[in-house]
Each structure stands twice: as C-alpha cells, then as structure tokens.
Design a binder for this molecule. Structure first.
Ligand code: SF4
Length: 490
C-alpha cells in the first residue's frame, strides 16, 4: 500500500542528502538538526493522520490514477467533497500541531499543474499533462511530500524579470539540450523544503513575451546537485538548540532560501518551458488553492489560540471577567469567519476541463484577507488576555536552579491548584503562538501578500453586473457604466 508511517517518512528523509546550510555551517544530517526536527514532526503529523482511525475517512482517498488508497496530500481534487475535505483536514492538523505542517504547498502546486498543463496542451499540442500525470502517480505511489517553490527573490520590484540588472533574480532557463534544461535563480520563503522529497517549481508572476526564459515549471528531488537550502532564522529558534522554553514542545516551522545553482532538470520533469502566456494562470491557480488551504490550517491554529487564551485566563484567575470573555469570543468568531469563507470557497468550486475541481477564488481570497487581519488581531487579544509575563518570563532553567527555583515557585504562582511550572509553560506557548516570526508573517504574507488578494478579488468580480443591480433599483435606464465598454471588468 503506498502509505508511509511517520517513522518510514523520517527514514525516507534520512536517505536523502540535500545541500544545507544553517547559521553559517554546512549540515550533513538536517533531519537530526534541532532547527529542523520540530518542523519534520509537524509534517509527520500528516502521515500519522492516515493511520488514525478517527481521521482516516478524510486523510485517505482513492486515487483515480492508481486505484489505491493514498494520502489526501497527494490527491488533486476531483469533486466538491474533495475540496471540502482539504479544508477539514487542514483544520484538524492546525489544531494538532499549532503551527504550519508544511505539506499543503506541494498539494496546491500539484493541483495548479493538473489544470494548467492540460490547458497548455490544448493550446499548443504539447505533452505536459501526460508528463504531469506520470509525476503525480510517482508522488502517490511513494507517498512523497512536495514543497512548492514559487516566490522569486525579485530584486528591483519596479522591474519585470527580463529588465533586472541581474537576470538571475527571477529563476530562469539558462540552457536547453536534448536531455533537459538547466535553471538558475533562487526561491525565497521555502516552507519545509527539508521536510520534503520534491521541490516543485512554478513561475512567480504573470509574464510577458520578453520573459520567456522565466516561464518554467518543473519538479526535482530536494537533494538534486546544485540545489542549496539556506535556513532562515526565526525569533525563537535558539530555544530549539537549548531544548528549553520551547513554547510548543513538539512542533515547529522554518523556511529556507533555496538557490538553484545551474540545476539540471530532465525533460520528463518539465511542466512548462517558455509558454509565458500561461505563467499568470499557473501562479494564480496555485495561489487560490493555497489561500483556501490557509483558511483551514489557520482556523485550526486559532482553535489553539482560543484554548491558550482561556487556559491562561483560568490560570490567572480572570476567566469569569466580562471583558476577558468578550475577547475570547472575538478570537473564536474570527476563527469561524475564516473557516466559513474557506468552506464556501470549496462548496462554490467548479470542474475545470482537465477534470480537476478548482476553488472559488474570490471566496478563497476573501478568506485570506480575513486571515491576514484577524489572525494578527487574535494574537493581540491573546497577549492582552495572557498578560505581560509573556514577554518577561524567566527561563524554566531558573525554576530548576535551587538558588532561584523557590522564588519562582512563590512569585509566579497564579490560582490555587495550578502548578507554577504549568503556568510558565502556558506563557511560553502564548509567546510562541503570538511572537514566533515565521508563523506571524505567514498569516500576513503566506500565499501571497495582502494586496495580491485584493487585486484577485477585484479582477475576478463582475463589477458591471453589480452596477446593473444598483441602476435597476435606482430606476436608471440600463446600459454600461460611463467609461466602461460593455462586459469590460475594471
Ligand atoms: Fe499549509 Fe500554508 Fe497552512 Fe503551512 S501555512 S499549514 S503550508 S496552508
């Protein structure tokens, strides 16, 4: 059966030999490194769920390709029910790990490829979709994880890829030969690149004809020669090495900068090469899927946030205070609003010509706008409820030290019946939830920056149709809005 246990997943990563640098040092065994290990635990939760009787019904699905049962994180949606299940499993996992579990980006990339490779073949008579299906089968049969490499480093943001002073600031094809292509560039914010087996690359933006070399999509193993993973620091990552005051004792997240230093990609792994007209479609399909994914995982994360806020209030003796209860309500309704929007984007999804089901992108982007704003606001409320010790708490090492332990036991005690150590640990979890840079920034910029969500909503909304509704009620004779040709969307 093509399903790995969490242990088999870990062993499969150990067999890989990626080129990795962490804090200035080359690291030969990243799976054993404390900076990476908690993150691997989070991705491993997606493997554990497939063997959990309570969740197997959403964690597993029959593959239309292989006919076997596979992990949902390698299943491209073939129904509305599949789209809904993606959200539900993400909420469960968000609750379970309290951070990013890093396996959705690969699924969202596979989903985008399944639609756009088909559309490219219809236009150009290319063979990308068959290649893609071969790759998808490989991922399913091996139960592999992919991470998506979309975001180029971009250099001067006012310039197109081909206009950059250094042409490598967007990933590009530098050589084509009969065996494949050679690519050069770098992709930023690579969530869980070392928790994955495959690096799946998509273009980062819509392109013009002069950007043809930048229109490239492919997948390669994360330990392909020339691929260099450089670890990105987080605010609390020294705690992982020290092994105390972790906040979240089990799970974590990191991101890397991945450099493609003249990397060879064989043709059977190339899913776009020069079709610049489809670069925008590919990235926007990925983004819509990923914004939907975010709605699931972040509503699960907010369940942990409301749980931490409530526990903190109980430990502090403030759980019955009216303004605290109001603030708890404000956290809860934010979680449910994000979840509702994301579910709606699934129920309002549709079938594409390739047979893949796509989410409603306006609703998925609306969910993401709520997330970017409301998740940060929920963290503010969490800090408000917990209190200032989130930022000034002595270490658990001080609790263990005979010279200071008795002082902390006495002066950091909350209500009767709660151990001081437990209260300290809950403060640490609050610190991790609210102040760990990678999770917080992910709420704002993950799946694309806030303005991208707004632009998508405006681009994909028929404002002229809405204007007709208003004109009819106002008794204005129907016709196009001044300055707009009929059917033209602003
Ligand atoms: Fe998945 Fe993105 Fe959420 Fe991480 S932040 S769990 S990759 S949707």
């Amino acid at each position: 059966m093509p399903l790995m246990t969490a242990g088999e997943y870990l062993d499969s990563l150990r067999r890989m030999k990626p080129t990795v640098y962490i804090l200035g040092e080359r690291v030969d065994s990243p799976t054993e490194d404390p900076h990476i290990r908690a993150s691997i635990n989070a991705t491993a939760a997606t493997y554990e769920l497939a063997f959990d009787q309570e969740y197997r019904h959403i964690a597993l699905v029959e593959s239309p390709l292989t006919g076997g049962m596979i992990n949902r994180f390698n299943h491209v949606a073939s129904s509305i029910e599949d789209l809904v299940a993606r959200v539900k499993i993400n909420r469960v996992l968000g609750q379970r790990v309290g951070t990013c579990f890093q396996r959705c980006t690969g699924l969202d990339g596979l989903s985008a490829l399944s639609i756009t490779t088909y559309n490219m073949d219809r236009r150009y008579g290319t063979q990308y979709h068959q290649r893609f299906l071969g790759f998808l089968r490989y991922m399913q049969e091996n139960d592999y994880s992919g991470h998506i490499a979309v975001t180029d480093v971009k250099g001067d943001r006012s310039k197109r890829p081909h206009q950059q002073a250094d042409p490598d600031l967007y990933l590009r094809v530098v050589e084509r030969n009969e065996d494949g292509i050679v690519v050069r560039g770098a992709k930023a914010h690579q969530t869980g690149s070392l928790n994955s087996h495959e690096t799946i690359v998509l273009p980062t933006t819509a392109l013009q004809e002069a950007d043809t070399d930048y229109a490239v999509a492919f997948s390669i193993p994360v330990d392909t020669p020339g691929l260099v993973h450089i670890y990105g620091r987080g605010t609390l990552d020294s705690r992982e090495v020290e092994g105390v005051d972790l906040g979240n004792c089990f799970y974590g997240k990191y991101c890397t900068l991945v450099v493609f230093d003249d990397v060879f990609v064989p043709w059977d792994r190339v899913f776009m090469c020069g079709e610049w007209e489809f670069a925008g479609e590919m990235v926007s399909r990925f983004s819509s899927y990923h914004r939907q994914s975010h709605g699931g995982c972040k509503s699960g994360l907010l369940d942990v946030v409301s749980g931490a806020a409530y526990t903190m209030a109980e430990y502090n003796g403030t759980a019955k205070v009216s303004h605290i209860r109001e603030k708890l309500t404000d956290i809860i309704h934010r979680a449910e609003t994000i979840y509702a929007c994301t579910l709606a984007s699934s129920y309002e999804g549709h079938r594409e010509p390739s047979g893949t089901y796509a989410v409603n992108s306006v609703l998925a982007n609306a969910a993401k706008i709520h997330e970017g704003r409301d998740l940060v606001e929920a963290m503010r409320l969490l800090l408000d409820i917990a209190g200032g010790l989130v930022g000034t708490m002595p270490s658990e090492l001080d609790l263990q030290n005979p010279a200071t332990g008795a002082f902390l036991e006495k002066y950091l005690k909350g209500v009767e019946g709660v151990q001081t150590r437990d209260r300290m640990r809950m403060f640490r979890l609050v610190e991790k939830l609210a102040m760990e840079s990678r999770d917080l920034v992910s709420a704002v910029h993950g799946g694309g920056s806030p303005q991208a969500h707004r632009l998508t909503i405006l681009r994909e909304t028929d404002l002229e149709a809405k204007a007709r509704l208003a004109r009819r009620l106002a008794g204005i004779q129907d016709g196009p809005s001044p300055g707009l040709a009929p059917g033209v969307r602003p």
